[in-house]
Design a protein around this ligand. Structure first.
Ligand code: ZN
Length: 298
C-alpha cells in the first residue's frame, strides 16, 4: 500500500507561515492499494489538492472515501473535490449515520444552497453512499473494518487490510475513563454502552481493533498539558497515542490531527518529547509526525 497525507490538522484549517512544514489542511489521507485502487480517508480541506491531482490525469476514476464522522474538519473539502464534478467518475462514500439522519443527507446538507452554490444532486459524477456501523466491507480487493471509537457522535475508526498488510486509521479518539465518561452530554449512548460493557480496561476495545497493524495513523491532537483542559472533547494527547501504538504492537505510528494552536515548532517539540518517551519506555515502533505531502509505502 502507498500512503500520502494531504491534510493532517484537526478542527479547522490553519494556513500561514508558522504551519508551512506540517501543513494547514484538515484531515485527508490518500491510500493506494498495490493494484492502484484509490481509497481516501476523510474529506477534510486536504481533499481539494488531492482532487486537483487526480483530475489532471483526465481519466475517469472509481474511488472510495471513508468518512470517520461528519464533523467539519472531516467533510468540508468534499464540495471542492474536482473528480466529483466529472461525468463518468464513480465515488462511493462510506461512513456512519447520525441518529435518524442518513449518510447521504449528512453529505447533502453541507451542500444545500444556504451553505454552497452547487447541490449534491447536481454533481456530474456518480456518487454512491454506503452507510456502515461496526463491521466489515469489501472495498476493491481490500477488507475494510469499521469500529466505533471514543469521540462525540457516531465516530468510526477504520482498518484497511490488503494481502498481508494493514493500516489502522483512528483520526479522533479519546482515552475512555469510566469515571468521567458519564459527566459528558455529547457522547452517543449506544457508543458509550460499548465501552462501559467492555470487560476490563475499556481502552483495550480500540487497542484490540488496531492490534498488529503495520501502520497506525492516530489522533494526537494535544500535548498532555493541553489535554487537562480538554477532557471530554474526544481527543488524545501524544503520550496516550504512544501507549496505544505500543500496546497494540504496531510497526509504525503516524501522529495525526494536530490542534490548530500547534505550529511547526510546537510539533517538532512534540516529536522530540515522543522520542524521549519512547527511549524511556523502550518502545520499538517507528514514529513519524504526519506532514502534508509526506508519502511512504509499506
Ligand atoms: Zn476531527
Amino acid at each position: 500500500m502507498k500512503v500520502k497525507f494531504w491534510g493532517v490538522r484537526g478542527s479547522i484549517a490553519t494556513p500561514g507561515k508558522s504551519t508551512i512544514y506540517y501543513g494547514g489542511n484538515t484531515s485527508c489521507t490518500e491510500l493506494h492499494l498495490d493494484d492502484g485502487s484509490l481509497i481516501i480517508l476523510d474529506a477534510g480541506t486536504g481533499i481539494r489538492n488531492l482532487g486537483n491531482k487526480v483530475a489532471k490525469s483526465n481519466k475517469n476514476i472509481r474511488a472510495y472515501i471513508l468518512i470517520t464522522h461528519p464533523h467539519w474538519d472531516h467533510i468540508q473539502g468534499f464540495p471542492f473535490f474536482k473528480p466529483a464534478f466529472v461525468e463518468g467518475n464513480e465515488i462511493t462514500i462510506i461512513g456512519p449515520e447520525a441518529r435518524g439522519v442518513s449518510l447521504s443527507r449528512i453529505i447533502a446538507e453541507q451542500m444545500n444552497n444556504i451553505y454552497f452554490p452547487v447541490k449534491l444532486s447536481e454533481l456530474q459524477a456518480q456518487i454512491n453512499f454506503m452507510p456502515v456501523k461496526e463491521g466489515t466491507a469489501g472495498v476493491f480487493g481490500a477488507e475494510v473494518q469499521s469500529f466505533y471509537v471514543n469521540h462525540p457522535g457516531f465516530t468510526l475508526g477504520y482498518r484497511v487490510t490488503a494481502g498481508s498488510k494493514s493500516l489502522a486509521y483512528i483520526s479522533d479518539n479519546e482515552p475512555y475513563s469510566r469515571e468521567t465518561a458519564r459527566l459528558f452530554t455529547n457522547v452517543e449512548p449506544d457508543v458509550q454502552k460499548l465501552f462501559e460493557n467492555y470487560q476490563g480496561d475499556p481502552n483495550d476495545r480500540v487497542i484490540d481493533f488496531i492490534r498488529g497493524a503495520d501502520v497506525l495513523i492516530h489522533d494526537s491532537t494535544y500535548t498532555p498539558e493541553q489535554y487537562s483542559d480538554h477532557i471530554g472533547w474526544g481527543h488524545s494527547h501524544y503520550l496516550y497515542t504512544l501507549r496505544v501504538a505500543a500496546d497494540a504492537g504496531v510497526k509504525k505510528l503516524c501522529l495525526f490531527h494536530y490542534d490548530p494552536v500547534l505550529d511547526d515548532k510546537a510539533i517538532d517539540t512534540v516529536l522530540t518529547k515522543c522520542r524521549k518517551e519512547m527511549k524511556k519506555m523502550r518502545y520499538t515502533f517507528e514514529l513519524s509526525a504526519a506532514r502534508e505531502g509526506e508519502e511512504f509505502r509499506f
